[in-house]
Design a protein around this ligand. Structure first.
Ligand SMILES: Nc1nc2c(ncn2[C@@H]2O[C@H](COP(=O)(O)OP(=O)(O)OP(=O)(O)O)[C@@H](O)[C@H]2O)c(=O)[nH]1
Length: 430
């Protein structure tokens, strides 16, 4: 049976990224790596922010306490609650101060401000600011140049844990948000880079391979990858090109060998092996499709005498001429002319009924006669002639492959007996 050729392209070229595609995998991987790097960098940045913020707060509180120390000492020395109130209020007006108290040297409060509702302390706020919330400074009063400074009271201040944590979280959100944005932008840039420089050229190579005719691999549409001539992708395409061309050469050699193995070396027509395959194949086909099939056996008359008198070389030359003449009467795209052996040829005519085959046989006989090859020792004619036996299998009539051949052979034998240079047949051999 004739096996159907595989269709091509074998698969549709891939042009858009799909789930599981290289681009998607690259995108996910890049995003993951970018997020990982961003979170590590963000964490380091957060640690540094926390350290800086603690230092800033401590410095600011120390400066504020130093600034108000003189005035607060004056208020404590004079036991002036209004002045103490004023100073404490100034400190308390800062949002980060939760509690402030100015006391005299007996510990009595001259002024005190307290935030009524404090946010609950959390593990994070305690870890970050727990140890820097409480500040206490002695109030030093200057008594004169020859007297030492006297402690006249103290000022105590507690920072708002919730407010500091809020400030810190606000910074965190900004840092984290920026890191995520950075990761996304970086990912998009990397993905775009990989897609343009790696994935897209690879897709081009894939599309070219998918479009390649498996029967003509050497003629594949080799993709031109601009900018990749000397890199790995360029080398990949070159290697593929070499491989496919070598493959093509192999196929051509195989076809050539196949052709040679099916050809008769002397006459150039099909050999017996090819005839056997072709005949078997078309006999089955004729059975299946209910089509007629005809066979003609052709034998050169008195060829032994021809050889004996004109020489074997002349005999060879004549066999070639006869084969060539016979070939003129058949349709090589449909029929087969083969050398059956020695000076005997056979014609297989698929789809041709008895009448068609007889017409072809007459054509064959006349074609040989028209060669006008002198044969002075022929019993049939002064020129070289052929005898033929025709057998046909009509559409829908079952005749075995062997029987059909046998019938054609018998008719040929009869043609020889009846004087040669003739076509013998029987209309309904079965
Ligand atoms: N030159 C040449 N002769 C061949 C070749 N093959 C077979 N022959 C000759 O063909 C001749 C066939 O002779 P026979 O079978 O007796 O048949 P014939 O002499 O043609 O007689 P009929 O068939 O009865 O007409 C033999 O002499 C073979 O040597 C070949 O390849 N070249």
């Amino acid at each position: 049976m004739i096996s159907p050729r595989p269709r091509f392209p074998l698969s549709a070229p891939v042009t858009a990224p799909k789930k599981g595609s290289l681009t998607t995998k690259q995108a996910l991987l890049t995003l993951l790596i970018a997020l990982l790097i961003s979170s590590v960098a963000g964490s380091i940045e957060l640690l540094s922010h926390a350290t800086n913020m603690r230092q800033e707060v401590q410095l600011r509180v120390a400066q504020q306490l130093a600034i108000v120390n003189g005035a607060a000492a004056e208020a404590a020395f004079q036991l002036n609650p209004d002045l103490a109130h004023q100073i404490a209020y100034g400190l308390f007006s800062d949002d980060e101060v939760a509690w402030v108290s100015i006391r005299d040297d007996f510990g009595r409060a001259l002024a005190e401000f307290n935030t009524p509702e404090q946010a609950e302390s959390t593990w994070l706020s305690q870890r970050l600011f727990g140890d820097i919330l409480h500040h206490q400074t002695a109030l030093l009063y200057y008594m004169g140049s020859d007297m030492p400074e006297a402690i006249v009271g103290e000022i105590e201040l507690v920072l708002s844990e919730g407010y500091l944590t809020q400030q810190f979280l606000a910074r965190i959100y900004a840092v984290v948000g920026f890191s995520i944005l950075e990761a996304f932008i970086l990912s998009i840039l990397v993905i775009a880079f990989f897609h343009v420089f790696i994935t897209r050229p690879l897709l081009k190579v894939h599309a070219a391979i998918a479009q390649t005719d498996p029967n003509r691999p050497g003629h594949w549409p080799k993709p031109a990858l601009r900018g990749h001539l000397h890199d790995e992708l360029g080398h990949l395409v070159d290697s593929l090109d070499h491989l496919l061309k070598a493959f093509q050469q192999g196929l051509e050699q195989r076809d050539q060998l196949h052709h040679l193995s099916n050809m008769d070396g002397l006459t150039g027509v099909a050999n017996r092996r090819h005839f056997d395959e072709f005949y078997k194949q078309h006999w089955y086909l004729a059975q299946q499709t209910q089509q007629p099939l005809s066979v003609i056996f052709i034998d050169i008359d008195n060829f032994k005498k021809f050889n004996d008198h004109y020489g074997h070389a002349m005999g060879d030359e004549t066999l070639r001429a006869v084969a060539n003449a016979l070939n003129q009467c058949i349709d090589p795209t449909r029929d087969l002319l083969a050398r059956y052996g020695g000076e005997e040829f056979v014609c297989v005519l698929p789809g041709q009924d008895h009448d068609d085959a007889v017409d072809v046989a007459h054509c064959l006989r006349e074609a040989v006669l028209s060669l006008a090859i002198p044969h002075a020792f022929s019993s049939a004619h002064s020129d070289l002639t052929v005898s033929m036996g025709v057998a046909s299998m009509s559409a829908g009539v079952l005749v075995s492959a062997e029987a059909l051949i046998e019938h054609a052979d018998q008719h040929l034998y009869r043609a020889k007996r009846l004087g040669r240079n003739r076509v013998e047949t029987r209309k309904r051999p079965a």
